[in-house]
Design a protein around this ligand. Structure first.
Ligand SMILES: [Zn+2]
Length: 150
């Protein structure tokens, strides 16, 4: 991989995990310029955003999995009263399967909130969604027109 063209700016960007969405637009100009010209920082930025999106996707999937598990447990009588034995250090915790699933769901929700607060994933995903909507918006009339012609 090519080296950063300006290590001072590169170090600052690195300490921000290449997220400049939180700084003022006037301050952003210099960093955007650097990202536009420095392929090293641009690829690092892409990597970090990919990590953020992976984390938020995994925690979202985890929430869905626990919700699904709770729905299944709720509808299957023997599962509702089934016990789970957890070994924490020297103490033994006996929970019902339902309670374990609720704990798992709560942990996933906490993880999701932490990722959403600590990373620019929501801002980034909103930006991607807006970009996609614009692309679709530009494309739809064209496709409609060609279909009308056919
Ligand atoms: Zn750089």
């Amino acid at each position: 991989m090519s080296a950063c063209t300006d290590s001072v700016v590169g170090d600052i960007l690195s300490s921000w995990r290449y997220d400049i969405s939180g700084i003022s637009p006037e301050m952003r100009i210099d960093y955007e310029e650097h990202l536009a010209t420095c392929s090293h920082c641009r690829s690092r930025q892409r990597l970090h955003r990919a990590i953020d999106v992976t984390l938020i996707s995994l925690s979202s999937l985890s929430i869905l999995a626990f919700l699904l598990a709770l729905a299944v447990i709720h509808h299957v009588e023997p599962l509702r009263t089934a016990a789970v034995v957890m070994h924490l250090e020297h103490t033994q915790l006996v929970l019902t399967l339902q309670a374990a699933a609720i704990l798992g769901l709560l942990a996933s929700l906490v993880a999701w909130v932490l990722v959403a607060v600590a990373t620019p994933a929501p801002v980034y995903l909103t930006g991607v969604a807006i970009e996609q909507a614009r692309v679709l918006h530009d494309r739809i009339p064209e496709e409609l027109r060609s279909r009308l012609r056919a």
